[in-house]
Every structure is written in C-alpha cells, then in structure tokens.
Design a protein around this ligand. Structure first.
Ligand code: HEC
Length: 221
C-alpha cells in the first residue's frame, strides 16, 4: 500500500509539470465587440472567461488535471465565439453565433454547468438574460445590416449602414441621412429628419421618405 501511495504522489506531482496554455492574447480593438456599460458586468461574470481574451484564470486552474479541462473549455470557447476578436472572421458566421448565443442564454445552456459550480453569480436572473439577449439581438441587426443595398424591385434602391444605435441611409439623388434607433414594439426602427427605416428580418426592410408611405424593400447583395 505504501508503494502504491508513493506512485500516486509521484504521479500527482508529475502531471503538474505538463505545460498548460493559460495565456490571454491581447484584445484587438479593431475587431473586438464594443460592449455597452449595462451589459458588461453580466457578460464578464457569465461568458467572458471562456469567450474573450480577458480570461480570469481561477485558482483551481493551477492544479492538474483540472487545469487541463479549464484550459480546454477556454480554448474551445474562444474558437466558438470570441468577443475580443469578434469581427475577425466572416460576417455570416457571426450571424449564426449570435443567433445561437441568444438561444443559449435564454435556455440556460450557457454558461456551462461545470462553470456554475465555482461561479455562483454567473447563474443569470431572468432580467440579466433579457439584457444580454437584447444586446446580442442588436449586434445581430448590425451584423446583418452593416452595409447593405436594398431595392423595391421597381427601380427604387438605397444603401443602409447600421452601426449600433445609428444608421446611415444613402438614397440616390439625396444627401445621406443619419437616423437613430428608437425602441418600438413593431420591430427595429431607425428614424431621423424625414426618413424612417424599419427592419423586419434579415432580408426585408421598410423605408419611408418624406410624405411617402412605407416602401417594402429586399436586400439585393
Ligand atoms: C466555462 C466556459 C464557458 C462559459 C463560461 C461560457 N461558455 Fe459558451 N462555450 C464554451 C465552450 C467550450 C463552447 C464550445 C463547445 C460547445 O458548443 O459546447 C461554447 C460555445 C458557445 C457558443 C457557440 C455554440 C455553437 O453552436 O456554435 C455560443 C454562442 C456560446 N458558447 C455562448 C455563450 C454565452 C452567451 C455565455 C454566457 C452567458 C457562455 N457561452 C459562457 C464554454 C463556455
């Protein structure tokens, strides 16, 4: 029995020597998502340890073999979704990631169960889930309508560039109009000067210019 114990101790000490990658790469301001003040504390406590380059490595991540599992979660988490390098990859992929993030936040699939054992405050309340999901939703709108051309199919077309709570609408023969986000129950609406821009879905929008009624337009590129 003594011999067995000795082997166990040597093994336990020995595996501590296997290197584990616990680095935090620098946050790239060019491609990082801008996180609003209201959202940041929630995102930080529930998601950012595994989905950003600002991981706070817990004390138990210093002890093998737990450290292997923690490092795996962080690396796989960053591969799946990294807020610190969000705009690095393809835009289409981000659409998918954000849709999944909204689902997973509401369903409680994220954060991972194992994470909650040591991070009790990462268990989100209903309000926190809503705040987080609403923000994901707004980023989703930005990703989908970042720089798109829309047309009504009868000769009228325009370009919209959505950036956070503002959008720039360029209609041929007119100066560009900046419109601002207004919260409404009927959908996502941006309005300013005499232009109202309404987002219905990924490909469908409505626009009203001056006294003209809403025109239904579809994404053309
Ligand atoms: C303990 C680490 C950890 C935490 C905390 C965590 N995740 Fe994850 N997440 C992962 C790992 C690992 C994966 C990749 C494997 C998988 O899909 O299960 C992942 C995958 C994802 C994906 C991609 C799923 C897909 O189908 O592509 C999304 C979206 C996501 N997480 C959102 C979140 C959100 C939102 C939070 C916070 C509310 C969060 N995660 C918290 C570890 C974590």
């Amino acid at each position: 029995v003594k011999k067995f114990l000795l082997i166990l101790i040597v093994l336990a000490v020995g595996i501590q020597l296997i290197p584990v990658d616990k680095t935090n790469p620098p946050v790239d301001r060019q491609t990082a998502l801008e996180i609003p003040k209201k959202v940041e504390p929630i995102l930080r406590k529930a998601c950012m340890d595994c989905h950003s380059n600002e991981t706070v490595w817990p004390w138990y991540s210093a002890v093998a073999p737990i450290s292997w599992s923690v490092a795996d979660h962080v690396h796989e988490g960053r591969d799946a979704l990294n807020f610190s390098e969000f705009y690095k990859g393809q835009r289409a992929k981000n659409t998918l990631r954000l849709r999944r993030a909204i689902e997973m936040t509401y369903s409680g699939m994220m954060p991972l169960q194992s994470y909650l054992l040591a991070h009790e405050d990462a268990k989100l309340t209903r309000d926190e889930k809503e705040t987080l999901a609403e923000w994901f939703e707004s980023v989703l709108v930005e990703v989908e309508h970042y720089d798109n051309r829309y047309s009504d199919g009868k000769g009228f077309s325009f370009v919209a560039k959505v950036r956070g709570n503002k959008a720039l609408i360029s209609i041929e023969g007119r100066e560009d109009t900046e419109v601002e986000y207004v919260k409404t129950p009927i959908g996502i609406k941006y309005s300013g000067a005499d232009v109202i821009f309404l987002i219905k879905g990924e490909n469908e929008v409505y626009i009203s210019v001056g006294d003209k009624e809403y025109t239904s337009c579809k994404k053309t590129k």
